[in-house]
Write a protein that binds this ligand. Structure first.
Ligand SMILES: [Zn+2]
Length: 77
């Protein structure tokens, strides 16, 4: 079973738009990322935490869908 890579976007915790990091930007724990949309500063750790949760939820959904397809194949339904 092949699982497609999950695309996880970092989104602003204030307005929900995608955070655009400058090219080659290196963020680390404790940094603040400025949102290009609303100008608010997002705490890097919180943004990553949210992205991680969304990624896990998306991955779990994808696996469920693929499992359902496999089961249909096995049982010929
Ligand atoms: Zn924003």
């Amino acid at each position: 079973m092949k699982v497609d890579p999950v695309q996880v976007a970092l989104t602003c915790l204030f307005c929900g738009c995608n955070l655009q990091a400058p090219e080659n930007a290196q963020y680390s724990s404790g940094d603040l990322i400025k949102c290009q949309g609303c100008g608010e500063h997002n705490d890097y750790d919180s943004v990553v935490e949210v992205a991680k949760e969304m990624g896990i939820a998306q991955l779990a959904g994808d696996i469920e869908k693929q499992l359902a397809a496999e089961i249909r194949k096995i049982f010929g339904k």
